[in-house]
Write a protein that binds this ligand. Structure first.
Ligand code: DQA
Length: 137
């Protein structure tokens, strides 16, 4: 099984970004734990702060990966283009969020990803990624 973990804008700052909401572990460190825990899975990790680049990565994931674990971060709430990209390809996408977006500001309650995602996991901290990977197994 080949899975891509794809993070959107500002998630490269995990560890120092709003630790009260997102915790104090870097994603690289957490991803290292994931690769050890799921040693039977070929896990790849990409991150971009650019909407178009995220669209391109999703397009290119089709036929290459068995699934994508996507945290589109703030683009979740704004990006028709990322939602359309998921709809356009066959690779299943599981949407994840570290925080419970429904317990936060109203603008975080809408997602352009969810209607096109296989499922959504949110609010479990970094463990949301772990649960998303398990959903593919
Ligand atoms: C987030 C939630 C988004 O609302 C926010 O813009 C992020 C991170 C999360 O993982 O909780 O950057 O996707």
């Amino acid at each position: 099984m080949k899975l891509l973990v794809l993070n959107g804008p500002n998630l490269n700052l995990l560890g120092t970004r709003e630790p009260g909401i997102y915790g104090s572990q870097t994603f690289e460190d957490y991803f290292n734990n994931l690769t050890q825990k799921f040693s039977e899975v070929a896990l790849s990790y990409k991150q971009s702060n650019h909407e178009g680049e995220l669209v391109t990565i999703i397009q290119q994931a089709d036929g290459v990966y068995d699934g994508v674990v996507l945290n589109a971060a703030a683009y979740t709430h704004t990006s028709v283009a990322i939602g359309d990209a998921i709809k356009a390809v066959g690779v299943p996408v599981v949407e994840v969020h570290i925080s419970n977006t429904f317990a936060r500001e109203a603008f975080r309650h809408n997602s352009f990803i969810s209607p096109n995602a296989k499922g959504v996991i949110l609010g479990f901290g970094l463990q949301s990624y772990d649960l998303a990977i398990q959903s593919f197994l």
